[in-house]
Ligand binder design. Structure first.
Ligand code: GLN
Length: 231
């Protein structure tokens, strides 16, 4: 009779609300593309995950300080981050867009002169906006989560926000009173991340599992479930 070793549990941080990648459903259960692929990979590779919805920046910081093992939160793989994190293989392509209130007359960055723009702490989209603030003459105000950032625009306190295209599209599709006015820029890919030099076995397992999910069609099914695209 063989005794199986107990499966290891990894602590995985994620965003509070970043649909379709992570969000609480009607039953207050965390679901979304990130959550589903993380769980499917854990199942196929024989480990357990404890998902912690800490918020994007908090999750990134918690990995960096070694409090948790990894982060899956629609996190863009950037050269700057590669200095501090080891990323698994990319799993979703994205780009940054600017959104304004549905009835706004602003059609691009040129319309932001003298205006206030909402951005999200520690995000690639926020960094992009800040890099353009001087040239286009706008100021930025920072929020820790996407919902509060959107609300600042809906309420008219800010005239625009910057967000990843698939997330902004999903929000608008599900009733947010905003519209996208720019083409996506700063194209990049989402990746699962661990602190640099730690948990190499977790990255290897993630990559192995992701390959299997892609090969079996399960990954396409997960995407389709949240994006209504054909599997
Ligand atoms: N993709 C963006 C980034 O990595 C935003 C992620 C998020 O807000 N969850 O910075």
């Amino acid at each position: 009779q063989s005794v199986q070793a107990a499966e290891k549990t990894y602590e995985i941080g994620t965003d509070v609300t970043y649909p379709p990648f992570e969000f609480a459903n009607k039953d207050n259960k965390y679901v979304g593309i990130d959550i589903d692929i993380m769980k499917a990979i854990a199942k196929s590779e024989g480990f357990k995950v404890n998902i912690q919805p800490l918020g994007f920046n908090a999750a990134v910081q918690a990995v960096q300080s070694g409090q948790i093992d990894g982060v899956i939160a629609g996190m863009t793989i950037t050269d700057e981050r590669k200095a501090k994190f080891d990323f698994a293989d990319p799993y979703y392509h994205t780009g940054v867009v600017m959104a304004v209130k549905k009835d706004s007359k602003i059609t691009g960055l040129k319309g932001l002169k003298g205006q206030r723009v909402a951005i999200k702490t520690g995000t690639a989209a926020g960094d992009y906006a800040k890099s353009k603030a001087k040239e286009y003459g706008f100021t930025t105000v920072t929020f820790d989560d996407s919902d509060n950032m959107y609300n600042d625009v809906v309420n008219g306190n800010s005239v625009a926000c910057f967000e990843d295209e698939p997330v902004m599209q999903y929000g608008i599709k599900t009733g947010l009173g905003l519209k996208i006015v720019t083409n996506p820029v700063q194209g990049g890919d989402y990746g699962f991340a661990v602190k640099k030099g730690t948990n190499p076995e977790l990255v290897a397992k993630f990559n192995k599992g992701l390959k299997k999910l892609k090969a079996s069609g399960e990954y396409a099914k997960i995407q389709a479930k949240y994006l209504n695209t054909k599997a």
